[in-house]
Ligand binder design. Structure first.
Ligand code: PLP
Length: 448
C-alpha cells in the first residue's frame, strides 16, 4: 500500500470509504478528487479546471497557493511550529498588533482561535461575564458555526439538528427587504433594525440581555444587505440598554465587500468583532475575537475564561500576518471593489435577458442572485429549506455551471457569487458568460 500511486480514483475511493463529509448523507456524495489549485482556479486529476467562484467556503480570499503566504508558513515552520498560548510569541503578537490598527474604532486586544465558531463561543461567554447578564439576541437568517453554542446562535435550519441546544438565545427577524417578514411597511420596524430589536427587548427584559450578535451583511443565508441606517439603529438601542454588540464578520471581513470590514460601509463599530476565513485565507485554521478598549481594560482586572491548545497557533498567526501584508501590498480590497463593480454591471445585464433573476444583491465580491419563478409574486425558484425535488431546479443550474468549469453554490434559491478577491477581469467575464449559458435552466420554470 505504501508504494501505491495516489491517482484520482484512488483518492476518491479512500475518501468514499473513510472520510465523513460535512452536512451530508455520505452515500449520496460524489466529491471531485482535487489535485491542485492556483489563484482563482483548482483542478482535478484529469486536468479539468474549475473557476472557483466560491473561494471554497468564502475563505480563500487570496486564492489558491499564494506564494508569499506559503513562504510565510514555511518560514514560521522553520523557526517554531508551536509554543503554548501562555508564552509571548512573535507572529501572535504581531498579528494582534496589526488587528488593533486594522479594525475599526477602538477595537484593541485579540484572542486567536482555530475558526469562526470557537471565536463566537468565546465572544458570547465574555459578553456574559462583562455584563453579568445571560441572554443573547441572534437572528434567524444567520450562520455562526457548528459547535454547540454557535449552532444555537445560528438561525438557519442546520440548527434544528442540534436542538434543544444551548439556552439563553433570543431570536430576532432579519432586514430582508426583498421578502420582509413584516410586510415592509414604510418605515419598516424590522428592516430599520432598532424598533424591532427594542420591542423584543421589552418582552425579554433588556437588563437580562448581554449581547446582540449579527452578521453586518448576512453571508451563507442569502447575502442580505441591511438598509442604510440599520446597523446604526441597532447600535443605538444596544447602547441605550448597556447591551454589547458583536459583529460576526467571519465571512464579510477582510475586503470581501470592497471595504476592509462590512461594518466600515456604515461606520458602525461593534464591541466585539469576530473574524476568521479571509483573515489568512484559510491556509492554516484561524479565527479571531477582537474586543473594544473598554473590554480590553476590563480584562486587565478580570479573568478571561477561555483557552485552547491551539489558541494563537504560531503557524496560523504567521499566515495571518503575511495575509494582511499581501492585502495591503497588492491592493486587494481595491481589486475586490473594482472587480465587484464589473460583476455587478454584468449581472444587471444578465437580468435584462433572464426573467428568473428576481434581485441582485452585492458589494465588492459578495453577491447573491435571487432566482424566482415570477418577478411580481417573487415566488422563489426553490423554497426555504428546499431539498429533493424542490431543490432540483437550482441543483441543475449548479451542475450545469460545474460542467462548464464554474464552481458555484446556492442557499436554496439564492446563487452565491463570492470569488477570490484577487480575481481578474477576464475571469469575471468568463463567469458571467457561463452564467448566461446556464440561466435558461432557471428561466424555463418562469411562470410570471
Ligand atoms: N460565522 C459566519 C458568519 C460564518 O460564515 C461561518 C462559517 O461559514 C462561521 C461563523 C463559522 O466559522 P467556522 O466554520 O470557521 O467555525
Amino acid at each position: 500500500v505504501d508504494d501505491e500511486v495516489w491517482t484520482g480514483s484512488r483518492v476518491k475511493a479512500a475518501d468514499k470509504e473513510f472520510v465523513i463529509h460535512s452536512w451530508s448523507t455520505q452515500g449520496a456524495l460524489n466529491p471531485i478528487p482535487v489535485a491542485g489549485g492556483l489563484g482563482s482556479w483548482f483542478w482535478d486529476y484529469d486536468g479539468r479546471k474549475y473557476l472557483d467562484f466560491q473561494s471554497q467556503l468564502v475563505n480563500l480570499n487570496l486564492g489558491h497557493q499564494h506564494p508569499r503566504l506559503i513562504e510565510a508558513i514555511r518560514e514560521q515552520a522553520a523557526e517554531m511550529c508551536y509554543i503554548g498560548p501562555g508564552f509571548a510569541q512573535r507572529s501572535r503578537a504581531e498579528l494582534a498588533e496589526m488587528m488593533a490598527h486594522l479594525t475599526p474604532g477602538d477595537l484593541k486586544m485579540s484572542f486567536f482561535t482555530t475558526g469562526g465558531a470557537a471565536a463566537n463561543e468565546n465572544a458570547v461567554r465574555l459578553a456574559r461575564h462583562v455584563t453579568g447578564r445571560q441572554k443573547i439576541v441572534a437572528r434567524y437568517r444567520s450562520y455562526h458555526g457548528a459547535t454547540a453554542g454557535a449552532m444555537s446562535l445560528t438561525g438557519d435550519p442546520r440548527r434544528w439538528a442540534a436542538e434543544p441546544g444551548v439556552s439563553g438565545v433570543v431570536r430576532m427577524l432579519d432586514p430582508y427587504t426583498y421578502r420582509c417578514p413584516a410586510g415592509h411597511p414604510d418605515p419598516c420596524p424590522v428592516c430599520s433594525g432598532g424598533p424591532h430589536l427594542e420591542e423584543i427587548l421589552q418582552y425579554e427584559n433588556p437588563r437580562s440581555v448581554a449581547a446582540v450578535i449579527l452578521e453586518p451583511v448576512t453571508g451563507t443565508n442569502g447575502l442580505l444587505y441591511p438598509s442604510e441606517g440599520y446597523l446604526k439603529s441597532i447600535r443605538e438601542v444596544c447602547d441605550r440598554y448597556g447591551i454589547l454588540l458583536i459583529f460576526d464578520e467571519v465571512m464579510s471581513g477582510f475586503g470581501r465587500t470592497g471595504e476592509m470590514f462590512a461594518c466600515d460601509h456604515w461606520g458602525v463599530v461593534p464591541d466585539i468583532l469576530i473574524t476568521a476565513k479571509g483573515l489568512n485565507s484559510g491556509y492554516v485554521p484561524l479565527g479571531a475575537m477582537t474586543v473594544s478598549t473598554r473590554i480590553s481594560e476590563w480584562l486587565q482586572d478580570n479573568k478571561f475564561w477561555g483557552g485552547m491548545t491551539y489558541a494563537g497557533h504560531p503557524l496560523a498567526c504567521a499566515s495571518g500576518v503575511a495575509s494582511l501584508q499581501i492585502m495591503q501590498d497588492e491592493n486587494v480590497v481595491d481589486n475586490a471593489r473594482i472587480q465587484g463593480e464589473r460583476l455587478g454591471a454584468g449581472l444587471a445585464r444578465l437580468a435584462e435577458r433572464h426573467p428568473s433573476i428576481g434581485e441582485i444583491r452585492g458589494r465588492g465580491l459578495f453577491y447573491g442572485v435571487e432566482l424566482v419563478k415570477d418577478r411580481q409574486t417573487r415566488e422563489p425558484l426553490a423554497p426555504f429549506n428546499a431539498s429533493g425535488a424542490d431543490a432540483a431546479p437550482v441543483n441543475r443550474i449548479i451542475k450545469a455551471a460545474m460542467d462548464r468549469g464554474l464552481y458555484l453554490t446556492a442557499n436554496f434559491n439564492v446563487l452565491r457569487l463570492t470569488p477570490p478577491l484577487v480575481i481578474e477581469e477576464a475571469e469575471i467575464d468568463l463567469a458571467l458568460d457561463i452564467l448566461d449559458n446556464v440561466l435558461p435552466l432557471a428561466d424555463e420554470h418562469y411562470t410570471g
